[in-house]
Design a protein around this ligand. Structure first.
Ligand SMILES: [Zn+2]
Length: 102
């Protein structure tokens, strides 16, 4: 349950990998709740953990910030997860068009 408006590491499901992905770069990852709890603390808020995990080059760029999102997090539905994955994929395809060699 959210405390002070944000979910915590301890709110993540214990029995699955929790995926993150960025819409603006190729950063992706999957983490176990217990690993995140050991690293950041069980009471760390998910937006802060995401920012530290993503470590995106856009992290401090407020005009074009990092697009990292939790794919698997409390409150997400299969439909919202599909929308997030579609946005990540659309971003990947747009980057491929802009930079065919990369
Ligand atoms: Zn990023």
């Amino acid at each position: 349950m959210p405390r002070s408006g944000a979910y915590l590491v301890s709110d993540l499901p214990a029995d699955q990998l929790c995926r993150i992905a960025c819409r603006k770069c190729d950063r992706r990852g999957a983490y176990r709740r217990d690993t995140l709890a050991a690293r950041f603390g069980a009471d760390a808020v998910l937006p802060d953990v995401l920012a530290r995990l993503a470590a995106c080059s856009r992290r401090g760029d407020f005009s074009n910030p990092c697009g990292a999102v939790w794919i698997d997090a409390p409150g997400h539905t299969p439909k919202s997860q599909a929308a997030l994955l579609a946005a990540v994929e659309a971003g990947r395809k747009a980057r491929a068009r802009e930079n065919p060699a990369g």
